[in-house]
Design a protein around this ligand. Structure first.
Ligand code: PGA
Length: 261
């Protein structure tokens, strides 16, 4: 029996006002499948407090989509881990490929953000994956091992076990512009990468940390393919973008994953 899966909804910059209320009305947070998983909703910053309030007493947890590494000061427009924890956040996504690509975030920045999150007892969800060119050139393994090493720099072993890794091949994300028609990775090839990530974590820390660390897959996951990812030994959860915008489709992703886990 595997650990409880982590099923993460990344709404990105979608849903506003009444759409959020409708989503919350439609999603059944008391469904038994929800209590058999760790279900994390990551809305835009402005809805975090509402979500945290709604999540109280349910099986849901709330995550932000980003943070800044300083705790306070003259950083107009930024939000700190200290502020996120204050409003009931438990998780924070760092280094999503859209932030790396559109906002120039480097591995150094991602690492600083992860370290800052951990300092405030927020669990970082560190995202990385190879791009299409790297995949085609057979560089995936090297890229992934380097990402683990660089993104985990200076993270102590007691903290490393709280980190969630999201393996997201860039070309598989449903809105990716790298390929004409993005499709999900095959569960078998994602499993190979997840196993490599776990091995790299074991080398950096030890077998216990590697066993405890949660590794989720992201990239065009929906209710039709999630069960085949759930069946893989080293896939501990999923990060869902497009299919999390509708409460009903995200609910199906949760039920399908839990059933297959
Ligand atoms: P997708 O997005 O599920 O729409 O492919 C995943 C992500 O970008 O996190």
């Amino acid at each position: 029996m595997k650990q409880k899966p982590l099923i993460i909804a990344n709404w990105k910059m979608n849903l506003a006002g009444s759409e959020v209320d409708r989503w919350l009305e439609k999603f059944d947070a008391n469904d038994p499948a929800v209590s058999q998983a760790n279900v994390i909703i990551c809305p835009s910053f402005v809805f975090l407090e509402k979500l945290a309030h709604h999540a109280k007493g349910t099986g849901l947890a709330v995550g932000a989509q980003d943070l800044y590494w300083e705790d306070k000061g003259a950083y107009t427009g930024e939000i700190s881990g200290k502020q996120l924890i204050d409003i009931g956040c438990q998780f924070v996504i760092v280094g999503h490929s859209e932030r790396r690509k559109l906002f120039g975030e480097t591995d150094e920045v991602v690492n600083a953000k992860a370290l800052s999150a951990l300092q405030y007892r927020l669990r970082p969800i560190i995202c990385f994956g190879e791009n299409y060119k790297e995949k085609e050139e057979g560089q995936t393994k090297k890229v992934i091992v380097d990402k683990v090493r660089e993104n985990f720099k200076d993270i102590r072993s007691t903290d490393a076990r709280k980190v969630v890794i999201a393996y997201e091949p860039l070309w598989a994300i449903s809105t990716s512009t790298e390929v004409e028609e993005p499709i999900a990775d095959s569960p078998e090839s994602a499993q190979v990468v997840h196993k490599l990530i776990r091995k790299t974590v074991a080398e950096l820390y030890d077998d216990n940390v590697a066993k405890e660390i949660r590794i989720a897959y992201g990239g065009s996951v929906d209710s039709s393919n999630v069960a085949s990812f759930a069946a893989m030994d080293d896939i501990d959860g999923v990060l869902v973008g497009g299919a999390s915008k509708e409460a009903s489709s995200f609910q199906s992703v949760v039920s399908e994953f839990v059933e297959k886990n």
